[in-house]
Write a protein of this length. Structure first.
Length: 106
């Protein structure tokens, strides 16, 4: 599966609510004040971008994706792709000291 196929699968799964969050992802959402509505807005959007691909991740194939929530606020998510249902492994607001334009690590 190529990058655009991954992104299309993510969009569709989020729009259809065919995803789950790990406990870690739920905690990170809470700590960064990311609501489910904002998560769905960001990752159900046509504007999501694939930043990094982790095909050999021990948890299974996953990707780092950038989306934008309320007021164009950037959100990163590591999403597991190897299951029938998407799994948000972690979700967070990227630290501007660690990311250049939210897309490249500084």
């Amino acid at each position: 599966m190529n990058g655009s196929s991954f992104l299309q699968r993510i969009r569709q799964s989020v729009r259809q609510k065919l995803y789950s969050l790990t406990i870690h992802a739920q905690r990170e959402c809470d700590s960064d004040s990311i609501t489910i509505e904002e998560l769905e807005e960001a990752f159900g959007s046509e504007q999501i971008e694939l930043l990094e691909d982790y095909p050999d991740d021990a948890r299974g194939h996953s990707v780092l994706v950038l989306g934008f929530g309320k007021a164009a606020s950037p959100i990163h998510a590591v999403i597991g792709l190897s299951r029938q249902r998407l799994v948000f492994i972690t979700v967070y607001r990227p630290d501007p000291d660690e990311w250049y334009d939210w897309r490249r690590r500084t």
